[in-house]
Design a protein around this ligand. Structure first.
Ligand SMILES: Cc1cc2nc3c(=O)[nH]c(=O)nc-3n(C[C@H](O)[C@H](O)[C@H](O)COP(=O)(O)OP(=O)(O)OC[C@H]3O[C@@H](n4cnc5c(N)ncnc54)[C@H](O)[C@@H]3O)c2cc1C
Length: 277
């Protein structure tokens, strides 16, 4: 393992965060119990004082076919996975087009588009020395209770890459803003859309400093330049409060807020992951 300095104001998709040392783990390295694992930082809002961080290195960035299974390392970018699927005529991964991140982030978030999600494709997930059957891992809409840090996953081979499906799903991204963001800020509540609720309480387009609710899609917080963690947090809190007051609906963040402050949920969940607790 080694450390490198990462400037999260350019590494993270929302372009917020400090410049800090990140521990890079390679194959065989022990997983520290006191660090938060960062993937591609496409779903993260990092505070100026984050907890100690780690990430998976090059050893975990690969796609290979093993008999009737596809094995993919958890640090593999989604774009590389999609290219591999296309090259080898594999079905199922079309929805990862323009879904930024790494396989590890997709597993932790059960990332998806419409009815397409990563979990239904899985055979097993590697955690430590074990391959855990996907069927034994609790998961749902944009979450999975991984029993530790995932280093790889296996998928049964299914032939028939479908470029028409990829193009259809890409069209759904036409209403996504081009400015830096961290994807959807909130999960859609059952039977409704977070974007509709945010718009209904008059926040679409509202900005605070450099951060705004997108004019294009009200559930995307965008960084229009120089936006800060505090501004993003304030807009999130305001949306939650107003939606609760007007509709009685509690919005739940999809974006992971990561701070080093004691009691931070994401940080504690991450520690549980690292310790298998
Ligand atoms: C423009 C844009 C569009 C997006 N569109 C979509 C979309 O259509 N659908 C969708 O689902 N998401 C979408 N997202 C959100 C994001 O792309 C996904 O959540 C993605 O899976 C995040 O991957 P990541 O590697 O960047 O994870 P990160 O953001 O770095 O981390 C996310 C979580 O995963 C955990 N994690 C990362 N790696 C591992 C690992 N190896 N083991 C265990 N836990 C791990 C982290 O600790 C963290 O809790 C979008 C984001 C952007 C910016």
């Amino acid at each position: 393992m080694f450390s490198k300095t990462i400037d999260f104001s350019s590494y993270s998709s929302i372009r917020i965060g400090p410049k800090v040392e990140v521990l890079v783990l390679e194959a065989g390295d022990p997983v520290p119990a006191d660090r938060f694992l960062v993937g591609g930082a496409n779903n993260l809002l990092l505070s100026p004082t984050p907890p100690p961080l780690m990430m998976l290195g090059k050893d975990f960035d690969y796609c290979r076919i093993e008999g009737e299974l596809l094995e993919v390392g958890a640090a593999t970018p989604t774009g590389k996975l999609l290219s591999f699927a296309k090259k080898h005529d594999l079905a199922g991964f079309e929805f990862v087009a323009k879904l930024p991140g790494t396989l590890g982030g997709m597993l932790a978030m059960n990332a998806g588009v419409k009815e397409h999600e990563i979990f239904p494709l899985l055979e097993s997930v590697r955690i430590g020395e074990e391959w855990i059957p996907a069927s034994s891992i609790e998961h749902g809409y944009r979450y999975a209770r991984l029993p530790g840090i995932a280093t790889a996953a296996r998928f049964p081979l299914r032939r028939g890459y479908d470029d028409t499906l990829r193009r259809e799903l890409l069209k759904l991204r036409n209403n996504q803003p081009k400015e830096p963001s961290a994807g959807s800020a909130f999960k859609n509540p059952p039977g409704d859309y977070a974007g509709r609720l945010i718009e209904a309480v008059g926040l679409k387009g509202k900005h605070l400093g450099g951060i705004a609710w997108s004019e294009l899609h009200a559930n995307f917080l965008v960084n229009r330049g120089g936006g800060t963690y505090a501004e993003a947090l304030a807009l999130l809190e305001e949306a939650k409060r107003k939606v609760k007051e007007r509709f009685g609906v509690t919005l739940e963040e999809e974006i992971k807020i990561v701070t080093g402050e004691p009691g931070n949920r994401e940080t504690e969940e991450s520690r549980d992951l690292a310790t298998g607790g």
